[in-house]
Design a binder for this molecule. Sequence first.
Ligand code: ZN
Length: 236
Amino acid sequence: MPDDWRRALAVVAHPDDLEYGCSAAVAAWTDGGREVVYVLATRGEAGIDTIDPATCGPLREREQRASAAVVGVSEVEFLDHRDGVVEYGPALRRDIAAAIRRHRPELVITLNHRDTWGGVAWNTPDHVAVGRATLDAAGDAGNRWIFPELAEQGLEPWDGVRWVAVAGSSSPTHAVDATPGMERAVRSLLEHRAYIEVLTDQDPEEYCRTFLTANAQAAAPRFGGRPAVAFEVFSR
Ligand SMILES: [Zn+2]
């Protein structure tokens, strides 16, 4: 995994996408003094069947901020697209390009933008839309003329994104050692307690640990036998 960078911006659709995807890597990066900011397209307000969106949005926002703090991330932004029906298109690209210009990262992280998780495990439309728009916005952020209104708002072009790393890809190319950050990744996912308690009857901590260690273990054979957080890295 490239390590000659200072700032990363992680852009995903929902609260918990980063915690299921790659927070062990984020913990290792912030330990090393790197700065990571989270941007979420939605507040995940449609994610819990038994809680109506007006109540659910603020609850999941609180859980997301707490889970980010566990892995050393203090800045979490929400773009306020509507959960479940995020549309790929210029509006989403512009919002993400604006976030990239605000934070000026060298590394951008997102979640699987492909139709499936591999095989026949269908992805969700929000992940596909946000992943694709993030890959595109890395270029849009550097172009003065695609969204000229951003420069008018004082957001000057930033053409400094060198890589977009996609977590949860079925074709990973790079990886980060998951072991140093694993314990915090478990606690970070555990902060999404309201979501997890509805999702499973299992003890929440056991559920988080089992899920994340199995994921890291599944990546190990391709990356020297060590548990890993894997990414598909697109260089720019
Ligand atoms: Zn999601």
